[in-house]
Design a protein around this ligand. Structure first.
Ligand SMILES: NC(=O)c1ccc[n+]([C@@H]2O[C@H](COP(=O)([O-])OP(=O)(O)OC[C@H]3O[C@@H](n4cnc5c(N)ncnc54)[C@H](OP(=O)(O)O)[C@@H]3O)[C@@H](O)[C@H]2O)c1
Length: 298
């Protein structure tokens, strides 16, 4: 099987590479799967011609981890975000369909407004409240229209890892630089350690339900377990690292950003657990795992 992973320099792409490299070493290079990790340099999702040129290559499975992820900047760059998060996904779906490849695509809780007062399910009606969310939703819809079978969309939330830029790394940096920080306490979510999501993705693509049998395209939610605010997340990061920075709890209205954020990013994960028996780790244990790795890198 030739398995393509886009976004090789992103948090999720690098987390998948980490696991695949480890597994390949264990298997002594006897793996029946060939993984190809590709970045913007070779496959630019903002360019239709780059995409069609790249897919002169044929793949059995495409895992699309690449995305325009700069939520605030997307308000100014909606067209570019739309190209990468929507039109490129549409093109990938069309190519996957022609190549008879399976497509795994990653989406976000930002397709919702977060106002329902309860964790979202896969069948709730989306209502994005920022440009990034609108482009991700358009990508989901285009994929579903072009690939009624053989694709999976995984919605995730609050992704962090030892790679790239994310909340955990930002808090560690700011916590060491400052005596005091203000963090919003009225946006609730479940953080997602990218390695956990990467493991879930790799389990699913090995699953015969995804690989062998033509299945109706489905959406699945995946995040770690637990319900916290960004404020509580920051407090726990400082507690683990023993950083003595005071964290002030503030309301979203006192931390204005160009893009609005959903107040509630919580998602129900029953479906992915039921269908693929996916493990859902507690957010605190996964945070500890990630921070242990970050410490080793210091
Ligand atoms: N981060 C979150 O909190 C979060 C939450 C919910 C859902 N998600 C979704 O989860 C997925 C993975 O997110 P992530 O955190 O791993 O994102 P990330 O770290 O920002 O990585 C995104 C990757 O996409 C690549 N990319 C950007 N523009 C591209 C282009 N024109 N052509 C090809 N590649 C391009 C980037 O390449 P460069 O590194 O070269 O720029 C980067 O490697 C995305 O679909 C995202 O929407 C993320």
């Amino acid at each position: 099987m030739r398995i393509l992973v886009t976004g090789k320099n992103g948090q999720l792409g690098r987390s998948i590479q980490k696991i695949v490299n480890k597994d390949t070493k264990i298997a002594n290079n006897q793996s029946p799967n060939e993984y190809i990790f590709v970045g913007k340099e070779d496959l630019d999702l903002s360019s239709e011609s780059s995409i069609s040129h790249y897919f002169n290559n044929k793949f059995d499975i495409i895992i699309n981890c690449a995305a325009y992820t700069q939520v605030d900047r997307a308000e100014q760059e909606a067209e570019l975000a739309n190209q990468i998060n929507h039109l490129a996904v549409k093109q990938l779906a069309s190519i996957a369909s022609k190549q008879q490849a399976r497509l795994m695509h990653i989406s976000t809780d930002y397709v919702f407004d977060g106002e329902s007062g309860k964790p979202s399910t896969e069948t709730d009606t989306p209502n994005p409240i920022n440009a990034y969310g609108r482009t991700k939703l358009a990508g989901e819809k285009a994929l579903q229209a072009l690939m009624p079978i053989n694709a999976i969309i995984i919605r995730t939330s609050w992704l962090y890892s030892e790679f790239g830029n994310n909340f955990v790394k930002t808090m560690l940096r700011l916590g060491r630089e400052r005596d005091e920080l203000s963090v919003v306490n009225d946006q609730m979510g479940s953080p997602t350690y990218a390695t956990d999501l990467a493991e879930a993705i790799l389990e699913i693509i090995r699953h015969n339900k995804f690989r062998d049998v033509a299945q109706t395209t489905q959406i699945y939610n995946y995040s770690n377990e637990g319900e916290i605010s960004w404020y509580e997340f920051a407090k726990e990061i400082f507690k683990i690292e023993k950083i003595e920075c005071k964290v002030n709890s503030i309301a979203t209205q006192h931390y204005p950003t160009p893009a609005k954020r959903p107040r509630n990013a919580l998602m129900k994960k029953d479906k992915i657990v039921k269908v693929f028996n996916t493990k859902i780790y507690n957010w605190k244990s996964s945070l500890n795992t990630c921070m242990t790795i970050l410490k080793q890198q210091q």
